[in-house]
Every structure is written in structure tokens, then in C-alpha cells.
Design a protein. Sequence first.
Length: 296
Amino acid sequence: ETREMTNREEAEIQISELDLLASMFPYEEEFVVTDQLAVAELKHYVENESAEMPSSKVQFILSVKPEVSNASMVEFSMACAFPFKYPSVLPEITVRSSLLSRSQQIHLNSDLKMYLMQNCSGEPCMLSAREWVKDHAAAYIDKEISSSSVTTSNAVQPEDIIFTRLWIYSHHIYNKQKRKNIIDWAKELSLSGFCMPGKPGVVCVEGLQSSCEEFWSRVRRLTWKRILIRHREDVSLEGGGHAEIQKQRKFSTLEEKCFDAHGARGNHMDLGQLYHFLEEKGCADVFQIYFGVEGH
């Protein structure tokens, strides 16, 4: 019969599995530990006989891009936590994607749990869980709503539409092709906003949440010295139709704005002009989020 694992042995396995994940998925967009303190406590617990059990469980996010035939890139995120007794007990995993409806997400997560219960007793299983998601998750996006829910669907409230505005910061934007991509993709996805090339580079896009997320996933796959979402606004529009969405927009189209600092080579932007532009659009508070200073 198998003897019970001790808490320290479980903790050691958790640490070595985290190390393995970090070496296999070195980029933050693939694997990120969301609670570094919990990991530090876990290591301390393993290395010191006298240490207390950690107070919080290790949490992390794995991203998975399945190879889907229809080439539209779908991304799934796996929000994971190790209970203290893992791997003697199963990990806690929630798979999400902007393309899954609520019922598809529930269905997917319960099937994943079933798979883990049948295949992963007492062994580290994050890689096989990730593999399962990579192979199976995309199929849930197209799964038909079962007939039973169709009959009741007219009683169900329409899903709220979410209007999103992303404020993207880049170390610099000079490259003409990237600037063209930004404008073309925004047009294709019906997003409005603006792009300020130069150093730093600022991009704002607004529109349907799914379109903003698609825009971001394309933009961040280009090569950048540094690019990130500095700020994000989400507004839930109850059953929002086209008119509701238009009402939320602060920009009419997506245009490139050049605020040249004294007609130089367009490298450094005049942030004062950017501030006044944002102020006109009712977005002055974002200036401080970007640059950490009051404008004017």
C-alpha cells in the first residue's frame, strides 16, 4: 500500500513542478506566478524544519494557444492553484477564454476535472492538464447549446455587451509597417481611438471587448522592445445595441496623432500637446496613469 506523503514532500513536488513550468514556458505571457509571496513561503517551509505551513496557496496562470485549423488565434488561460496537499489532491484549475460562453466554460471545466480525476492521482499533473486543454478546449467554443436550454432561452436575459477601452504603452513606435497594422486592424475590428507614434508610443483602442482583445493579441505578437496595457476600462452595456456602443466612444475613428516636439524629427512627442488632446476627449486622468505626473 502507498504511504501518505508528508506535507514537506508535497511542498517539494510543488516547487519542482513550478521550476519545470518556468523553464518550459520562460515568457510571462505563457506562465506567470500571480503570488510570489506564496512561493517564497513554500520554499522557506521546505528548507527550514521549523517553518510554519505556508499561509496561502501558490497561484499561477498558464496560457495556451491551441493549434486550431481555422487559423484564427484562440487563447485560453488556465488560472491554477495548488492546494497544500497537492499532488495528493487535484490542482484547482479554471480555464477561460473570451470566446467561450458561460455554459461552454462550465462544460469545459467540468470535463477537465473529470479527466484529472481519472488520470492524475497523486502525481504532478500540470503538464498533462495543459496538454488536455491544448488538444480539447477549442472544440468547446463551437459546441451546440443543448436542446433543453434552447426552449428556456427566451426567458434568459440577453448577455450584457461589454465596451472596452485599452490604453497601450510602448517604449517607442517608429516602424511604418506596425503603424499601418495598428490602423488597419482597428478599422477591421471596428475600433476607434488613436495612435501616437514616436517615443514613448501610445495607442488607445475602444469598442467591443472581444474586438479589443483580438487587437491586443495581434499587436503584442509583433516584436517590441516593451509593450503593455497601462490601463483598461470596461463598461457593461445592458443588451447594448449599436447606438449604445457609439454613445460610449470618445473617439470617432482610429487616427494617428503626431504631437511633434518643436518640429524635430518626430522622435520625441510633446506630452503637453498629448495632455490637451486627452483633456478635450475627457480622458485627462489617463495621462497621469501613463506618466505618473499631473498634466498641464
